[in-house]
Design a protein around this ligand. Structure first.
Ligand code: ZN
Ligand code: MN
Length: 151
C-alpha cells in the first residue's frame, strides 16, 4: 500500500475506534480493499472478495462498515437505478465517472476542466454547490472488441 493510503487507513481506523466501532481483521481487510481498489466495487463484490480470506464474514458487516464510512465522508456512494450501488473509497469527493453499460466497469476519467466548470456553475447561479454527479455511459474498449459483428 502507498504511504499516503497507509496514513489514511490509520486515520480511518482511529476514527472508527473513537466512534466505538470494534476493529476486527475483517474490517481492516475491507478498508484496505476499498482504499486500494480503483474498481468502484459494490457491497456484494467486496463481500465476495473478502469471503476468500474470511469465510464467516457477513454481507451485513460490509454494509455496516460502508455506511459508517459514508457518514464520515470517507467513501463516495454511486447509486444506479436497476444496478447495484458502487463505492469509491479512493476519492470520496464528487467527481465524474465513466460507466460501461455492458460489463458495468466504472472508471474515473481525467476531466481537467471539471473543477472550473463546477465553480462557474456556482458563480453564475449563486448556488452554494454541496455535491454534484456527472456520469458518462458507454461501451468500453474491451466490450467493443468482444461484441459480435453487427448483422
Ligand atoms: Zn465493458
Ligand atoms: Mn471514482
Amino acid at each position: 500500500m502507498e504511504p499516503a493510503a497507509e496514513q489514511r487507513l490509520e486515520h480511518l481506523l482511529n476514527t472508527l475506534r473513537e466512534q466505538g466501532c470494534r476493529i476486527t481483521p475483517q474490517r481492516i481487510a475491507l478498508l484496505r480493499l476499498l482504499l486500494q481498489s480503483e474498481e468502484h466495487l459494490s457491497a456484494t463484490q467486496i463481500h465476495e472478495r473478502l469471503l476468500e480470506k474470511f469465510p464467516t464474514m457477513s454481507l451485513a458487516t460490509v454494509y455496516k462498515t460502508l455506511s459508517l464510512l459514508k457518514e464520515m465522508g470517507e467513501v463516495l456512494e454511486l447509486g444506479f437505478s436497476g444496478a447495484e450501488t458502487r463505492y469509491d473509497g479512493q476519492s470520496p469527493h464528487p467527481h465524474p465517472h465513466l460507466i460501461c453499460v455492458q460489463c458495468r466497469k466504472v472508471l474515473d476519467p481525467d476531466v481537467p476542466a471539471f473543477d472550473a466548470l463546477a465553480q462557474d456553475i456556482a458563480a453564475r447561479s449563486g448556488f452554494h454547490i454541496v455535491s454534484h454527479r456527472l456520469d458518462f455511459f458507454g461501451i468500453c474498449p474491451t466490450c467493443q472488441t468482444d461484441a459480435p459483428p453487427a448483422a
